[in-house]
Design a binder for this molecule. Structure first.
Ligand SMILES: Cc1cc2nc3c(=O)[nH]c(=O)nc-3n(C[C@H](O)[C@H](O)[C@H](O)COP(=O)(O)O)c2cc1C
Length: 260
């Protein structure tokens, strides 16, 4: 099989790392690969913060829904959707003053800009993941970074139009992580469609997880996946916090008064 395809197919999230540190050369290649990702208008609407301070790592391990392995990752990258840099650039370029001449209305970054910056950010992050994988370096996304927005904003001194989107943990996988069973994907018929969104029958949906997957010694472990996920994730405290936090983050981008 083609080497790139093989890299994509073999990737698994890694949550236990050996003591081997990540060399500066490797870090630079991964960062360069991230920065070579496609980007809307080539604006690179993101910033990447390398989190090196162990005290910060410890805080993230707690704030990101108590995941201790985050503190043990040899290399952490925080990906930020960043319109601040461009907005400041517009201002310093005196661009808003041109609006009258061109019949435009000055504005601040808004919801569409937020989403575009998120797209750029995540595509860059995934480039970093695949570059790392190609170099034998494992990774794991942490979506819980969008919780506790106010705390993360203050910790990393994020300005108004810089939103934390994803945290990536990197490190060399332990043998047992290398041998871990891959997480199965849904059948393609649930994911890939032609021309229109499909309508699924109740039975189609119930068959989405074809095998019963019992987790021993877990109070939710005997529940079917649809029930287990709803309790374990969808209605869990961390999910509620995630939405609260993102609502707070979005307030920054919903202000239409350019002077605010
Ligand atoms: C947006 C996003 C957020 C994620 N957040 C977490 C997380 O907070 N903690 C974690 O251990 N894994 C996290 N993961 C990893 C997923 O659990 C993992 O990708 C999924 O179970 C599939 O397994 P695989 O990556 O090994 O194929 C996240 C993945 C994505 C894409």
């Amino acid at each position: 099989m083609n080497e790139t395809i093989q890299t994509l197919m073999n990737r698994k999230s890694v949550r236990k790392f050996t003591d081997q540190s990540v060399s500066d050369d490797t870090k630079q290649i991964v960062l360069e690969a991230a920065m070579h990702a496609p980007s809307a208008g080539a604006m690179m609407l993101y910033s990447i913060i390398e989190v090196e301070d162990q005290a910060l790592k410890d805080i993230l391990a707690d704030s990101c829904d108590h995941q201790p392995f985050i503190a043990t990752a040899p290399w952490l990258l925080l990906f930020i959707a960043d319109y601040q840099r461009w907005f400041d650039y517009y201002k310093v370029s005196n661009a808003p003053a041109l609006c009258a001449e061109f019949g435009r209305v000055p504005r601040t970054p808004q919801e569409g800009d937020f989403l575009l910056a998120c797209m750029d950010t995540l595509i860059a992050a995934q480039n970093a993941v695949i570059a790392a994988e190609a170099l034998g370096l494992g990774s794991c996304y942490i979506g819980d970074i969008v919780e506790h927005y106010e705390q993360i904003r203050d910790l990393f001194r994020l300005p108004r139009y810089a939103a934390p989107i994803v945290l990536l943990c990197f490190g060399y996988p332990t043998e047992d992580q290398k041998n871990r069973k891959p997480v199965e994907r849904f059948d393609k018929k649930y994911i890939v469609h032609k021309n229109q969104y499909p309508s699924f029958s109740d039975q189609d949906l119930l068959n989405m997880f074809p095998k019963e997957d019992i987790i021993p010694n877990n109070p939710l472990g005997r529940l079917p996946q649809g029930q287990r996920n709803y309790i374990r994730k969808f209605t869990a405290d961390f999910s509620i916090e995630m939405s609260r936090s993102v609502r707070e983050m979005l307030k920054n981008w919903q202000q239409t008064n350019p002077n605010s």
